[in-house]
Design a protein around this ligand. Structure first.
Ligand code: MG
Length: 279
C-alpha cells in the first residue's frame, strides 16, 4: 500500500488546521487503557490552541461519565469536549421538534441528553421512539417500542453499530436491536451516529468551526473516515484500532493521511496534512 497516494482531493498544504474531531475508542483509548502518546497529543492540541471534540457512537454514558472514564486512563478531557451519539440525537430532535416527547430505550447517556433539551420521556403517544445502547435490553421495553412505532411514533436510533465489545466477547448493540424492531414493524430507524455526517456537522457547529479548517481522526474506514469525508473534512486514519494498513485499499475512498497513532501527531499536527509517516 502506498499511503503517499492517499491525498487525491485535498491539498496537503490546505488551510491550517484549527479544529480537530477525533473518535475515542481505538484512537485515544483501547480496552480502558490509554493509547501511548494520546496524552501528549491532547497536550499538543492545547498548546497549539487547536480546539477539539472527542466523538463516540456510544450512547450509554453521559459526557461527564466518559470524562471520568478517560481520566482513569490518564487523559484529561473536559465533559464539554465530548460529543456522543446521544447528545447528537437530542440536538437533532430538539431542532426538528422542539419541546417534543420520546420513548427512550437506553441508559442515562440518552435519557439525560433528551431531558436536557427539554424533551419529555413518555410511553404515551411519543413523537419518537429513540433506541440507544444498553447492556440490559429489556424485552418488555422493546415490545413497547415496537407497539409505539406501529402506532405511528417516528423511529430513531443513536447509532447503527451491530455489536459492541465486552471483556467476554461481542455483545449485541443498538444496530442489532434496531434490526429486530425493524423486522417486527417494517419501519427502519433514522440513525444519528457515525457514519451519518450529521454527527460531525453537529460537533463542528458546537465549536463554531468550519470543515475546511478541521480534521477527523479515526480508526474505522466505514464510520470515522467516510463520515469525515462526507462532512467535508480532511481525514486521518490511525492504525491503533480496528483497521490495518492492508485493509485500506478495499474501500472505495481513502483517508487524507494514515499515521500509526495519534502519538505521531503530537509533535507536529501538520503531519496530518503533510507527509505520511512511517508506512
Ligand atoms: Mg473507534
Amino acid at each position: 500500500m502506498t499511503s503517499g497516494a492517499a491525498a487525491p482531493d485535498l491539498a496537503p498544504d490546505g488551510p491550517e488546521i484549527v479544529t480537530c474531531l477525533m473518535d475515542m475508542d481505538g484512537v485515544l483509548v483501547r480496552e480502558e487503557e490509554m493509547i501511548p502518546g494520546a496524552d501528549r497529543f491532547l497536550a499538543s492540541l492545547d498548546r497549539r490552541g487547536c480546539r477539539y471534540r472527542v466523538l463516540t457512537n456510544n450512547s450509554i454514558y453521559t459526557a461527564r461519565d466518559l470524562s471520568a472514564r478517560l481520566a482513569a486512563t490518564g487523559l484529561q478531557v473536559p465533559p464539554t469536549a465530548i460529543w456522543t451519539s446521544a447528545l447528537a440525537t437530542a440536538q437533532f430532535v430538539s431542532q426538528q421538534r422542539p419541546g417534543g416527547s420520546a420513548f427512550a430505550i437506553g441508559e442515562a447517556g440518552l435519557t439525560s441528553a433528551l431531558h436536557d433539551v427539554g424533551y419529555t420521556l413518555t410511553e404515551r403517544q411519543p413523537d419518537y421512539v429513540v433506541l440507544g445502547e444498553t447492556r440490559t435490553y429489556s424485552f418488555e421495553q422493546i415490545t413497547r417500542g415496537i407497539r409505539l412505532v406501529e402506532a405511528g411514533a417516528r423511529f430513531l436510533a443513536t447509532n447503527p453499530d451491530p455489536v459492541g465489545p465486552s471483556p467476554h466477547g461481542p455483545i449485541p448493540a443498538t444496530g442489532a436491536v434496531a434490526a429486530l424492531i425493524t423486522h417486527a414493524t417494517g419501519v427502519a430507524p433514522y440513525f444519528i451516529g457515525k457514519p451519518n455526517p450529521l454527527m460531525m456537522r453537529s460537533a463542528l457547529r458546537s465549536l463554531e468551526a468550519h470543515s475546511e479548517t478541521s480534521i477527523m481522526i479515526g480508526d474505522r474506514m466505514d464510520t470515522d473516515i467516510v463520515a469525515g469525508l462526507e462532512a467535508g473534512l480532511r481525514t486521518v486514519l490511525v492504525l491503533t484500532g480496528v483497521t490495518q494498513a492492508s485493509m485500506v485499499s478495499r474501500f472505495p475512498y481513502v483517508p487524507t493521511r494514515i499515521v500509526h497513532s495519534v502519538a505521531d501527531l503530537a509533535d507536529d499536527l501538520d503531519l496530518a496534512i503533510g507527509t505520511t509517516v512511517g508506512l
